[in-house]
Design a protein. Structure first.
Length: 154
């Protein structure tokens, strides 16, 4: 039995699960980040989506010689940009629609581990978070409404 079939069956049995066909993943970066910051934030936020929705992970890759490679997300990830105010709006929209999101704040550039990262976020009220990136995953139409106003990363 293929893994895709198992995922679809599990999604029907557990409505909170998403299938590849249903899901849309969007990472929105603040438009004033340096190149290395964009890469760092994108990688961390993609890992947040992967941790939250393991059913979106595809199968292991194998080359012609049978060597195995790590599985990746089985659905594309769009990367958009927006200013800080739009990022706050996206966070609010996701919240009102019941979507779980990943956040990356400016404070995380100064930390070096997960414990300090979580403490940096925990020490700031929601409305005061200095967002430099957010990850949104969910049903396509809902995600499109949440990220409306952000533009394609150049």
């Amino acid at each position: 039995m293929s893994r895709t079939y198992k995922i679809r069956a599990a999604a029907r049995a557990h409505p909170g699960l998403m299938t590849f066909e249903q899901a849309k993943i969007v990472i929105v970066l603040r438009d004033d980040l340096l190149g290395w910051q964009e890469n760092n934030v994108t990688a961390f936020l993609a890992s947040a989506v992967t941790a939250a929705y393991p059913e979106l992970i595809g199968e292991t890759y194998r080359d012609a010689d049978g060597r195995e490679y790590l599985a990746m997300l089985g659905t594309p990830v769009m990367v958009l940009v927006a200013d800080g105010d739009r990022l706050a709006t996206i966070r609010e929209r996701a919240d009102t629609r019941g979507l779980r999101i990943g956040v990356y704040t400016a404070d995380l550039f100064a930390t070096g581990n997960d414990v300090d990262n979580r403490a940096a976020v925990a020490g700031v009220a929601t409305e005061k978070l200095d967002l430099v990136g957010v990850a949104v995953a969910g049903e396509r139409r809902v995600v499109d409404k949440v990220v409306k106003g952000a533009r394609l990363h150049p």
